[in-house]
Design a protein around this ligand. Structure first.
Ligand SMILES: NC(=O)c1ccc[n+]([C@@H]2O[C@H](COP(=O)([O-])OP(=O)(O)OC[C@H]3O[C@@H](n4cnc5c(N)ncnc54)[C@H](O)[C@@H]3O)[C@@H](O)[C@H]2O)c1
Length: 447
C-alpha cells in the first residue's frame, strides 16, 4: 500500500502540472516580469502590491515596466491567468508565494527591511499550511532566518514542516535583450531538503536552469557578491579613467585593446557614476551586516567612494570644456542627454544624472534634459521635463552631457549640433571611432 501523501507531494504535483496558484508580492521591475513569466508557464498568478495605481493599471492591461508589454499583460489578464490586488487575503488560495519587495538603504546606508517585514507578516497570516514562500528581494545573509521565518513561527507554523521556505535571488537585468528571466540560470535554496525540492520545482517551470546551493545564507550572499564584483570593477575602471585622462590616454581604447586578451581580463566600462536599485545599494547591505561581526569590507567602502565621486568628475569636465571657450559654469546652459541610470531604460532611481544636475545647479548653470524614455525628473524639489525636439535642444546648449546612451537618441545629430560634449559613455566614440582620437576630440570639443 502506498504511503500517505504529504504536503510536499501535493505541492510538487500542483507545481509540476501547473494546476496551482502562485502569489507574487511586489509588482515592480522584478515582480511583474516574474508574475507574467509564471502565468505564461501555465500557473494561475495573483499579483499583490500595496500601490493602488499599479494594481489598477495592471488589471486594466497597462504595464508600468519596460520589459513587460501591455499587449502581453492584457492577454494574461483577459485570459484570467493573472490578476492583481492590494488585498493579501487573495493569497489564502495560493500554493506558493514569491516576495519581490524593495530593499533600500537609508541616508546612513543602513538596510531598510521594513518592506520585507511587512510582506512577511501579511503573508504569514494568510498562506495555507503546506504552501511555499520564497524571498527574492536582495538582502544580507540571515534575512530569511531573521525576518521571514519568525513571521511564520509566530503564526504557529513550523518552518520546513507546515510551510516550505526558500530564497532565490533575482538576476533580472532590465532592458537586456540577450539575457532574460528564462535563459538566465537561477540560484535557488531551501530551508530543508523538501523546501529546496519544491523551490526547484517552482522555478523549473519558468527558467531553463536552476542552480541549487546548499543553504539559504549562501544564496543570499551570492547575489551580493555578484553586485559587489560589479561595483568594485566599475570603481577600478572609473579610477583608471581618471589616471588615463591625466596621461592624455584614451581609456576606451585601452579597454578595447585589453579585451583582446583571451583569458584573465574582463572588460568593465567607466561612466558617470552608479545608478539603479542594485549596484549602488546592495554592497552596503553586506557592509552593515559584516560590521556586526567585526569584519572589514574595505573594497566595498573604497569602491563606493570612487563611484560616488564620478558625478563630480563629470562636472569638472564640463567646467574644463567651458573654460576652454572662456565660459564659466555659472550662467552656462548645460543639456543632459539621457537621465536614466542606464541605456534604453526609463529607470531614474539613484541615477547619476540627479547628482550631476544638483552639482550644476549649485554652480549656477541652467540645466535642461532630453530623454526619450523619461518624461520628467525631480531634482532638489524642482521638476524638469524632457525637451522633445533634439535638434533645438542641442542648439540651445553651451555644453551637452551624455549620461544614458539610449539607442533611440540620434547620436549623429548630437555630434553635428552640440557645441561641446562630455561623453561619459563613449557613445560618440562607438559611433565613429575617429572621434575618440584625442586630437579630433579636442577639436570637436568632446571630453
Ligand atoms: N530592479 C532590478 O533590476 C533588480 C534586479 C535584481 C534584484 N532586485 C531586487 O529585487 C527587489 C525588488 O526590486 P524592484 O526593482 O522590483 O523594486 P520596485 O520598487 O520596482 O518594486 C517593488 C514593488 O513592491 C511593492 N511593495 C512594497 N511594499 C510592499 C508590500 N508590503 N506588499 C506588497 N507590495 C509591496 C511596491 O509598491 C513596488 O511596486 C529588491 O530587493 C531589489 O534589490 C532588483
Amino acid at each position: 500500500m502506498a504511503g500517505k501523501r504529504g504536503h510536499k507531494e501535493d505541492l510538487l504535483d500542483k507545481l509540476n502540472n501547473r494546476t496551482g496558484t502562485i502569489a507574487v508580492v511586489g509588482l515592480g521591475y522584478v515582480g511583474l516580469p516574474l508574475a507574467c513569466a509564471l502565468a505564461e508557464a501555465g500557473h494561475r498568478v495573483i499579483g499583490i502590491d500595496t500601490e493602488a495605481d499599479k494594481v489598477e493599471g495592471i488589471n486594466a492591461g497597462r504595464s508600468h515596466i519596460d520589459d513587460v508589454g501591455s499587449a502581453q499583460l492584457e492577454r494574461l489578464i483577459e485570459g484570467k491567468r493573472l490578476a492583481a490586488t492590494q488585498d493579501y487575503r487573495a493569497a489564502a488560495a495560493a500554493d506558493a508565494a514569491i516576495i519581490a519587495v524593495p530593499t533600500p538603504i537609508d541616508e546612513y546606508r543602513v538596510p531598510d527591511l521594513s518592506f520585507v517585514q511587512a510582506a512577511s507578516r501579511s503573508l504569514s497570516v494568510v498562506m495555507p499550511r503546506g504552501s511555499l514562500v520564497v524571498l527574492e528581494s536582495t538582502t544580507y545573509p540571515g534575512t530569511t532566518d531573521e525576518v521571514l521565518i519568525p513571521a511564520f513561527r509566530d503564526r504557529g507554523y513550523m518552518p520546513g514542516v507546515d510551510i516550505f521556505i526558500g530564497y532565490s535571488p533575482e538576476r533580472i537585468d532590465p532592458g537586456n535583450q540577450t539575457w532574460n528571466l528564462q535563459n538566465t540560470p537561477k540560484v535557488v535554496s531551501g530551508l530543508t531538503k523538501s523546501c529546496l525540492d519544491v523551490t526547484i520545482a517552482l522555478y523549473s517551470t519558468t527558467v531553463d536552469e536552476v542552480v541549487p546551493v546548499s543553504n539559504i545564507r549562501t544564496a543570499e550572499i551570492t547575489k551580493l557578491f555578484e553586485n559587489i564584483f560589479r561595483g568594485v570593477n566599475i570603481a577600478l575602471v572609473n579610477e583608471f579613467q581618471v589616471i588615463c585622462d591625466a596621461f592624455g590616454i584614451d581609456v576606451w581604447e585601452v579597454i578595447q585593446a585589453c579585451s583582446t586578451k583571451p583569458y584573465g581580463f574582463t572588460p568593465f566600462y567607466p561612466g558617470p557614476g552608479l545608478g539603479g536599485h542594485c549596484v549602488p545599494v546592495d554592497p552596503f547591505y553586506l557592509a552593515w551586516k559584516a560590521r556586526q561581526l567585526d569584519v572589514n569590507t574595505e573594497f566595498i567602502e573604497l569602491s563606493g567612494r570612487i563611484n560616488a565621486n564620478m558625478p563630480n568628475y563629470v562636472v569638472s569636465k564640463v567646467a574644463r570644456l567651458l573654460n576652454g571657450s572662456h565660459k564659466s559654469l555659472n550662467g552656462a546652459r548645460v543639456g543632459m542627454l539621457g537621465v536614466a541610470y542606464k541605456k534604453n531604460s526609463s529607470d531614474v532611481r539613484e541615477s547619476p544624472a540627479i547628482k550631476i544636475i544638483e552639482l550644476l545647479l549649485d554652480e549656477g548653470a541652467t540645466v535642461t534634459f532630453h530623454d526619450p524614455h523619461v518624461k520628467s525628473l525631480t531634482v532638489s524639489g524642482q521638476v524638469f521635463r524632457s525637451t522633445a525636439n533634439l535638434r533645438n535642444f542641442l542648439a540651445s546648449q553651451d555644453c551637452a552631457v551624455v549620461v544614458a546612451d539610449h539607442d533611440s537618441i540620434d547620436w549623429t545629430l548630437v555630434l553635428q549640433y552640440a557645441p561641446m560634449i562630455v561623453d561619459s559613455r563613449n557613445v560618440l566614440g562607438r559611433l565613429n571611432p575617429v572621434s575618440t582620437a584625442s586630437a579630433h576630440r579636442a577639436e570637436r570639443g568632446i571630453d
